[in-house]
Design a binder for this molecule. Structure first.
Ligand code: 7TS
Length: 409
């Protein structure tokens, strides 16, 4: 599929915003959805909407087959050993909170250490703060080098035999940095700690192999990878998940309910209390089919090329400050920047008038913002449907923004 073919699959891109063709550069917040995903959800609601795992009627069986079929697609997508290791959640946030509230809350105690990094999204900070508060464990941070990358020396110094859990993002949603997860997992294991990976910005963009990474838990969201909102995945190694307690109790997740005690279903269903996110999971399955049809390697290469092109073009704008590594090879398709003293919200507003969607703010990473000594930044993020022309329009928009504000002040 070439880029024109890919774009044809995304009807939303073919529209004008504020009288200009839409340039969507906010895929790190949420990606657009191809027709396959929209139609798959539509077909479910029109054709076989039904609850799953109960009863024997035909629609129920079709819905169950589609829901469990989506789980198998996810298993293959991340190369998990078994579908028992694939838990559907509401998204990355819920997946990370599940590990914190179940595994960490039950296994950590005073004197134990949790290691995360300074570049984490709030969803990979606050659950561990809560665990630390409740268990008496200590939260420690991996430091960043000058260009915003992690150093393995610092990883080796920070992770010790007291470390019981390490949780690091695979790809930063602010700096686009790709972290050496496999090496960090090895260091965590050498010290007897479990390795949790926030894969929210990785799963959409790079081929993930949880067995090769040898991580213990891996969390990601469907909506950032062409799927619907409200669905995500927690991968966990079976031997760990088996020992963990569910965090939501009720229908769907039980085997037998007695008056004063109950038993749980086997994995992965013991972690999916209540009616599951049926349409979401089926939609995520369609998104995975689409991404595989295009090819993850191709998507990754396309984004690296676009990021390199954007870095080169944007660096030419006088007064721009681009955060993170200069080498495009070290980053995914995310470019965070500030333009002179113009507030990033103003940058985003002027760009919006040009039909260009970027995000401005702290990107749910306030500790990283403090480290960058910025209260806020603007961020352009690319996906498989973006083109060099989109980058050119962004650069033109930024030049206009500069001119506009130099006339105002
Ligand atoms: N982790 C990372 C690295 C993220 O980028 C995000 C969302 C999350 C966790 C949380 O994912 P959720 O699907 O549970 O919300 N990041 C962003 C962003 O960069 N802009 O909007 C949401």
């Amino acid at each position: 599929m070439n880029i024109e073919d890919i774009r044809k699959h995304f009807p939303i891109l073919d529209q004008e915003v504020n009288g200009r063709p839409l340039v969507y550069l906010d895929s790190a917040a949420t990606s657009q959805k191809p027709v396959q995903v929209i139609e798959t959800i539509d077909q479910y609601y029109r054709g076989y909407n039904s609850n799953v795992h109960r009863g024997v009627h035909t629609l129920g069986t079709r819905a169950t087959d589609a829901y469990e079929g989506a789980r198998e697609k996810v298993r293959k997508f991340i190369n998990a050993k078994s579908i028992q290791e694939v838990i559907f959640t509401r998204g990355t946030t819920t997946a990370l909170n599940t590990v914190a509230a179940s595994y960490a809350a039950d296994n950590l105690k005073e004197g134990d250490e949790i290691v995360i990094s300074l570049m984490e999204h709030h969803s990979n900070i606050i659950p561990w703060q809560q665990v630390a508060r409740k268990t008496g464990a200590t939260l420690k941070y991996l430091e960043l080098q000058e260009d915003g990358t992690l150093s393995l020396d610092n990883v080796r110094e920070t992770i010790t035999s007291n470390t019981k859990l390490v949780s690091v993002t695979y790809v930063s949603n602010v700096l686009g940095v790709i972290n050496p997860i496999k090496e960090i997992a090895r260091i965590a294991h050498e010290n007897g700690a479990v390795m949790v990976v926030d894969g929210a910005q990785a799963a959409p963009h790079i081929k993930v192999d949880v067995q090769d990474l040898d991580c213990d838990f891996f969390a990601f969201s469907g909506h950032k990878m062409c799927g619907p909102t409200g669905i995500g995945v927690l991968y966990g190694k079976k031997d760990l998940l088996e020992k963990m307690e569910p965090i939501e109790f009720g229908g769907e997740m039980i085997d037998f309910v007695h008056l004063y005690e109950s038993t749980w279903k086997e994995l992965p269903w013991k972690f999916e209390g209540g009616t599951p996110i049926i349409a979401g999971a089926i939609g995520l399955g369609a998104a995975i089919d689409f991404l595989q049809q295009v090819g993850l390697e191709k998507i990754e290469a396309h984004e690296h090329k676009l990021a390199a092109y954007a870095m080169e073009k944007m660096s030419g704008i006088e007064g721009i400050k681009i955060y993170g590594p200069k080498e495009a090879g070290k980053r995914a398709g995310v470019i965070t920047f500030n333009l002179d003293d113009v507030h990033p919200h103003d940058v985003a507003t002027v760009l919006d008038a040009e039909g260009i969607a970027v995000r401005a703010g702290h990107h749910c990473a306030q500790p990283l913002m403090r480290w960058l000594e910025a209260t806020a930044t603007a961020r352009a993020s690319f996906y498989l449907y973006n083109t060099e022309e989109d980058v050119d329009k962004l650069v033109e928009g930024l030049v206009k923004t500069k001119e506009y504000f130099s006339n105002v002040f």
